[in-house]
Design a protein around this ligand. Structure first.
Ligand SMILES: C[S@@+](CC[C@H](N)C(=O)[O-])C[C@H]1O[C@@H](n2cnc3c(N)ncnc32)[C@H](O)[C@@H]1O
Length: 241
């Protein structure tokens, strides 16, 4: 039987990954295809965030999308506000993704910066988005980023944060994992690709529970927090300063 240990793992969509070594340094077109098949309601989540942005954007608004990858969310927010004067900056630590997003989003209100969000000097903003990004930031420093976001938001500004979430106990986690695996099988990933992806995400994707995320948001300073989306093990939160 082939050893799974050191070989490149087929994660689907032509993406090769390593054990405990998932990387976003992959072609942008492959990422878009892969995430849309992997994350339930991925595009609907962008649409929901774009709709909710209506409540936070004024003339000359400042928006940051942290972990902007291929720029799809930036594009969706701008499309929702075609005539509004605003700036939206995508912060992304993979250089090739920044280049891909910049070539794709042709709108002078958008810019993409190659930076680690933990080191970036954010200006005062009306809206921050973290769409399945915080889960890839080391648990020890998640609170630092959320505190910075809270500090940099204008009073009344919003944070829209979507995360994969763990269940509150082992039984529910077991149910959720099984349902999600079935979802991926139904989306034409093979059993081996599902296993390979899980293997590669070890130590990289670390989901917190809903309660864990709420605690983090409160520790960062947020008091007004609600859930805006939930599908089994994927949840969206809106927090307002
Ligand atoms: C699952 S993807 C996000 C998907 C994207 N928001 C979308 O709407 O398609 C996570 C992204 O966050 C980026 N990322 C993770 N940690 C980061 C950090 N500390 N600073 C900037 N980008 C980060 C990764 O490189 C990756 O592109």
């Amino acid at each position: 039987m082939k050893s799974r240990k050191n070989s490149q793992l087929d994660a689907g969509d032509g993406i090769e990954a390593n054990n405990a070594g998932w990387s976003f340094d992959i072609p942008g077109s492959l990422f878009d295809e892969h995430i849309a098949r992997s994350v339930p309601f991925y595009r609907e989540g962008h649409d929901l965030i774009a709709r909710l942005s209506d409540f936070f954007l004024v003339e000359n608004s400042v928006v940051y999308d942290i972990g902007s990858t291929t720029g799809s969310l930036v594009k969706a927010i701008l499309a929702r506000h075609p005539n509004r004067k605003m700036s939206i900056t995508g912060i992304e630590r993979i250089p090739s993704m920044v280049e891909y997003a910049a070539g794709r989003v042709e709108d002078s209100r958008a810019s993409f910066v190659n930076a680690d969000a933990l080191d970036y000097e954010f200006g005062q903003a009306h809206l921050f988005t973290l769409y399945y990004t915080l889960q890839f930031i080391h648990p020890s420093v998640r609170i630092d980023l959320l505190k910075t976001i809270y500090e940099q938001l204008h009073w009344g500004g919003g944070l829209l944060m979507f995360e994969k979430v763990r269940a509150p106990d082992a039984r529910f986690q077991d149910y959720m994992s099984q349902v999600y695996k079935e979802y991926k099988l139904a989306n034409d990933f093979t059993a081996e690709q599902i296993l390979n992806k899980e293997q590669s995400l070890k130590g990289t994707l670390e989901p917190f529970s809903e309660a864990g995320n709420l605690t983090l948001l409160r520790e960062a300073g947020f008091r007004d927090i609600t859930s805006v989306f939930k599908w089994v093990c994927f949840e969206g939160f809106l927090a307002i300063k």
